[in-house]
Design a protein around this ligand. Sequence first.
Ligand code: ASP
Length: 433
Amino acid sequence: MRDNKKKLNLTTRIVIGMFAGIAVGFLLKLLFPDSILVEGYLTKGLFHVVGQIFISSLQMLVVPLVFVSLVVGTCSISDPSKLGRLGGKAVGLYMVTTAIAITFAIFAAVLIQPGAGVELQSDATFEPSQAPSLAQVIIDLFPTNPFSAMANGNMLQIIVFALLFGISMALVGGKSGDRLKTFFDDFNEIIMKLVIILMNLAPYGVFALMAKLFSETEFETIFSLGKYFLLVFFVLILHGVITYSLILKGLTGLSPWTFLKKMREVQIFGFSTSSSNATIPVTLETVTKRLGVSNSIGSFTVPLGATINMDGTAIMQGVATVFIAQVYLVDLTLADYVMVVLTATLASVGTAGVPGVGLIMLAMVLGQVGLPVEGIGLIIGVDRLLDMTRTSVNVTGDAMVSLIVAKSEGELDEKVFNDAEADLKERDVSEQL
Ligand code: ASP
């Protein structure tokens, strides 16, 4: 019986889960706006529980996956100078793409003027938290205790420890090195299987997250800041589709269409979790298994990108800075704009890819050009949906840079990249369970 039924593939099921969740959320809000039952049993009950378990399970995999796959990846790079080159390329590309994103956003905002005519509301409040200094960010790259780095999920510290560990493993070589390598290889395979199992549960998780969110979103706030909201949204989409396509085609000759098509699940995971960090397992799986990037490049560039590369966030910051300047009637000079680009690009380093962090970084940017940090209070109400959208752009940027680095290093399997079916069968665990 089962064989006769045409099964939907995983991507389609996840997409259906997302749209069904959005529809159910809207309907609940429309039909039962004040129902205590709906709230108690569904939005704050079932949907909340399922959604949170889904996010927690993703997060659960991040630390072991990043550590193990990076150790495996690093010890297969026998030449340590190659690591330095890789790091340089990845960080350089991450910075340049972020700078392009924010410049694009500033241009768009200066042109469209989203803040013109917006009334300054006196109840706008935002408490900025202290931003770390650049020196501290650099010192903090090195863990004093790798276990506490893992316990706290400090991605950059985990990356540094894994790199050093992997290099040492390669240098030791011989029996001990090989024994441990086999152990890590096996460990990696098992964690990857867990990632795939979780992806198979994504249609339910994504459904629950969307249903909860959309049944709770106050759309009135969005309408009142419609121009700002739509501008950030459109610049995000344009950057994610057009700028990335141009960069990818220009630097690698690869088909942007194939890339974007294969990135759909990753983008939905980014969208529904609002966290590049929680999306790492899916990004890594897609980059290595569906896009053909070697494990040694992907395991390094993906977690690094999820932590330091935030093009979507930079876009929000660019538009928000110009918006706040317009609302507060402050004229920004060209030097101010350059300052915004530099600060936002540097600020993204060392800030974890978790929900809402972009606003904290925005406080730093505003402070640099003397704009009132309370301006953030104006846009905080519409940030949730924008956070989701920009996280999709952030994760797409991570994968694109990974592809470019892999291609330039001769570590891209183009057969896998061009194979529309690559990894699709392996991803479907329903046959294996
Ligand atoms: N949520 C974003 C991310 O995880 C960061 C942000 O813009 O707040 O990539």
